[in-house]
Design a protein around this ligand. Structure first.
Ligand code: ADP
Length: 896
């Protein structure tokens, strides 16, 4: 147990003897025992005992101590005013932070100042702008399951800062794992029946109150927000996940602000009014991308460790002007569409915007002035917004009419629809304009916020204060005249208030009604009863004005909060316009074309059609001085391409570019090609390059087999499969055998559209045999012993591997290269080891599994039992992993 968490032992022993304040600290630590409690004492947040030692080390602040009659306790403090950066470090160190604020002014009531946890800050429930990436969502997830005919696993996802709330479920744990990697939550709340299995390592797992996951209670929680869950969600697992997640969000919000309701059982509830939508989706509504595909297609993170941050699809695509647009675009990329109608609607809009530079640029400029409305309205609703936030909302509303104007002539349905959805919220804007001054201070309790003319009482109070001040301003002149003392001065200081100062030589002329207040070296300070009266009047009026201003401000803020749904709808529309303008800008700037989307046939078995002319890799082309475009022609009867060519010739770039073009098309984006004709793909699978899971403790080969197993199990005719170098982590013969068996299986059984890059040349011969397979290769040229890459794809198989030449180019010493050449020449005299050479008999295919020739040859001198077992292996019916296990067993047998 971490000694920074829970009630400190040293205090627990003598809880009842502690001073009331220390007892308060102890009890809060006991109540929030999974969080590090920051305890406000005046201008500091203090921690004590184990927590103090830990924070002092982590945050590099001084460790002091505090004494009371029960003993001396280590103590560390961080300033309340800039606590955020410290809290960020605590989060990074893996802590949840419970912020216990003083919720009354010291002295307001007898006894110790009341304190309460006003928010629990965890990686998944951040709302502080300083701690959040502006252009990406930050999700907290909840997982729950339900037994039934088929056990179901549900995933709920909530971005507390924006109010985005999603739910899905599946009977397949893998499908849920894929959704988890899609949304990449930073924290997941789990109930009694979940271990947090499908969660990635960097996701904080938070066990939460098992009761919150109970079906009845979860149903109730959801009903309070959205009405009957049955109409919104599919199944008990989803209800349990969503209900628990809502409760967790309420818990994280803390229970001490106004608006707290007490539940029947006495627990404090703190509703998040801005959660107005819960969207249930089915993973099958979107193009499925699992963690491996997300990574290898470099959607959000570059694959190469040293690659530039922005060497990703989102990096080349994101020209959005606002945080709203940035998040929308990421969501589109995360969830590409399947429905041609929806794709076409986006494409229509992009096309239209591509047509007018002027519209695009003006919209972009206007959108730059759009604040992060989603987070803004969240803050307003949580009562954490100040007057400047309201003005920011107002400033955003002010640009909406202009944005509408630029869309006034739009032709396509989507843009016209968006124009309608862009509600300028004139009433809200007017309210803020009337109520809040244009450049208000940050503090909301010290006045100066509410505009003149908004409230008659406030104006009266201000009038009184102003009149009083005017009287005081005139006082100096009046008193000088009355007393004849020309050097008489009226001044103010914070201790004594207003005074009249008379220098010593003039003291004789001081009138009767002057009362002495203060004696200085060269002068005396006085007040008069009338001055005192006026001063009280001013101070009283000002104090009441400040209070009234705060009240009025809260009223306005709450009136704005009531419009949360309209603000969110506006935010959505603005986000969509921004994302569309961004896609159009990229399309125009980088010469993308509109893809033709072919209708989806009802029959999945009809397969896919992908026709690309002059296609480019959207990311590589940005870093490459000249990029060589390549086409692709894949259809149900030409659906498996075996691609050969030396290292560095462009195979993997080519495969990924085909997948990325398909993906972009389904996002509704134009694509980097001369033309593209694409039928929407259900799922993209990748097995690209070595993705060593060294941290996970698995060998490259195991990872590869694991990824392959998933592909073979789950792919179908509507899948696009990319395979790069299968079977490299084992002997050539094994590798080839596996590669070949996989090719056959994908071709004969799965029917997926497949691009397979390989070093195993015998596979090209296999491709010639299989009716729906064909070969492609990258031509290279040898010039004066050096390889020249043309990066141009062509039909047929590559003639050599050029490995030795590439080694030369890479600077491998000359003698090593020479020796390699000799060896290549020697080997060339022998038939290729383990190859499916010309000797393989295509006719044998129907009744015999096609196995590499070497398997038979290798049986010479092998004990009979092993040989016969080997012969009887039905390779075509084994999964790669089963095949390996079998090989391993036989090898052991041989060794015995
Ligand atoms: P392979 O998979 O055959 O080893 P890659 O696809 O990794 O080769 O390509 C190697 C390098 O060649 C890439 O990093 C890129 O710089 C360059 N390249 C690949 N394809 C092209 C192309 N079509 N046009 C220009 N350069 C390319």
């Amino acid at each position: 147990m971490d000694s920074a968490l829970g009630p400190p032992e040293a205090m627990a022993e003598k809880r009842d003897e502690l001073t009331p304040m220390m007892r308060q600290y102890h009890d809060l630590c006991a109540r929030y025992d999974d969080a590090l409690v920051l305890f406000q004492v005046g201008d500091f947040y203090e921690t004590f005992c184990g927590a103090a030692e830990r924070t002092a080390r982590l945050l590099e602040v001084t460790l002091t101590s505090r004494e009371d009659s029960t003993g001396e306790y280590p103590m560390t403090g961080i300033p309340v005013d800039n606590a955020e950066s410290y809290i960020e470090e605590l989060l990074e160190a893996g802590y949840r932070v419970a912020v216990a604020d003083q919720i009354e002014e010291p002295g307001e009531s007898p006894g110790v100042v009341e304190r309460a946890v006003t928010r629990v800050i965890t990686p998944g429930t951040l709302t502080e702008d300083e701690l959040l990436a502006s252009d990406d969502n930050n999700f907290v997830a909840a997982l729950a399951s339900a037994d039934g005919a088929e056990p179901t696993l549900a995933l709920a996802l909530l971005d507390v800062s924006t109010g985005d709330f999603l739910a899905t479920s599946s009977t397949s744990a893998e499908a849920i794992a894929d959704e988890v990697s899609r949304f990449d939550p930073s924290e997941a709340v789990v109930g009694p029946d979940s271990s947090g299995d499908p969660l990635p390592d960097d996701c904080m797992v938070t066990p939460f109150d098992p009761d919150a996951f109970a079906l009845e209670r979860a149903t109730e929680t959801i009903s309070e927000y959205f009405g009957e869950p049955d109409t919104l969600l599919a199944g008990d697992a989803e209800i349990r996940a969503c209900g628990a997640l809502l409760e967790y969000a309420e818990y994280a919000r803390g229970g001490a602000e106004s608006g707290t309701d007490e539940d029947a059982d006495g627990t404090a509830r703190n509703r998040l009014e801005y959660l107005t939508h819960l969207t249930r989706y089915d993973p099958r509504e979107y193009l499925l991308l699992d963690a491996v595909a997300l990574r290898s297609l470099e959607l959000f993170e570059p694959r190469a460790v040293r690659a530039r941050e922005d060497a990703t699809l989102i990096g080349v695509l994101d020209e959005t002007a606002s945080a709203l647009g940035g998040r929308a675009l990421r969501d589109w990329l995360r969830r590409p569409l399947l429905e041609p109608d929806r794709i076409e609607a986006r494409l229509d809009a992009v096309e239209e915007l591509t047509g007018s530079v002027q519209t695009r640029e003006h919209l972009h400029e206007l959108l730059r002035d759009v604040y992060d409305l989603e987070r803004l309205i969240g803050r307003i609703s949580r009562e954490r917004a100040n007057a400047r936030d309201l003005r920011s909302l107002r400033d955003t509303l002010a640009v909406v009419p202009e944005i509408r104007d630029w869309l006034a002539d739009a032709d396509c349905a989507r843009l016209r629809e968006l124009r309608e959805e862009l509600d300028p919220l004139a009433d809200v804007r007017e309210l803020i304009d009337d109520a809040v001054v244009s450049d208000p201070p940050i503090e909301i309790t010290e006045g100066g916020i509410v505009a003149e003319g908004y409230d008659a009482d406030l104006d009266d109070l201000r009038g009184t204060a102003r009149d009083g001040k005017q009287w005081i301003d005139d006082l100096e002149a009046n008193e000088r005249e009355r007393t004849g003392i020309d050097s008489l001065k009226v001044g103010y200081n914070s201790v004594h208030g207003y005074y009249i100062e008379v220098t010593n030589p003039n003291l004789d002329s001081v009138p009767e009604d002057y009362q002495r207040r203060q004696t200085l070296k060269n002068s005396e300070r006085f007040v008069t009863p009338e001055l005192k009266e006026r001063e009280d009047e001013i101070v009283g009026a000002e104090e009441r004005a400040d209070e009234l201003e705060y009240e009025l401000f809260c009223e306005v803020r709450s009136a704005v909060a009531d419009e949360v749904e309209r603000v969110q709808a506006l935010a959505d529309a603005l986000a969509t316009v921004d994302a569309l303008v961004s896609l159009a800008t990229v399309a125009a700037q980088y010469d993308y074309c509109r893809p033709e989307i072919t209708a989806r046939s009802e029959e999945a078995s009809d397969g896919l059609e992908i026709g690309i002319e002059g296609g480019r890799h959207p990311v590589v082309e940005r870093t490459q001085e000249s990029f060589v475009p390549n086409g692709a022609a894949l259809s149900p009867d030409r659906r498996l391409a075996v691609i050969t060519g030396p290292n560095m010739s462009g195979k993997s770039t080519y495969m990924r570019q085909v997948a990325q073009i398909v993906l972009l098309a389904q996002v509704g984006s134009f694509v980097p090609a001369e033309s593209a004709r694409i039928s929407p793909v259900d799922r993209i699978f990748t097995r690209v390059g070595a993705s060593d899971d060294i941290a996970g403790g698995r060998s490259t080969f195991m990872v590869e087999m694991d990824e392959l197993a998933t592909i073979l199990r789950e792919a179908d005719e509507r899948s696009l499969v990319l395979l790069d170098e299968v079977g490299r982590g084992t002997s050539t013969a094994d590798g080839l055998a596996i590669a070949q068996a996989i090719t056959e299986h994908l071709h004969d059984e799965v029917g997926a559209t497949t691009l397979f890059a390989t070093h195993h040349h015998p596979l090209t011969e296999l491709a010639d045999e299989l009716p729906a397979a064909f070969t492609l290769h990258f031509e290279v040229e040898q010039r004066e012993g050096e390889v020249v890459f043309h990066h141009e794809i062509a039909p047929g198989a590559a003639t050599g591997s050029y490995g030795v030449e590439v080694a030369t180019a890479a600077g491998v010493p000359e003698d090593v290269v020479e020796r390699s050449r000799e060896l290549v020449a020697e080997n060339a005299d022998e038939p290729e080891g383990g190859g499916l050479g010309p000797q393989a008999d295509p006719q044998s295919r129907a009744d015999e599994p096609r196995v590499p020739a070497s398997t038979d040859g290798g049986c010479q001198g092998v004990p009979d039992d092993v040989a016969s077992e080997l012969r009887s292996l039905e390779l075509a019916h084994l999964t790669p992993v089963e095949a390996l296990t079998e090989l391993d067993r036989l090898q052991r047998l041989l060794e015995e």
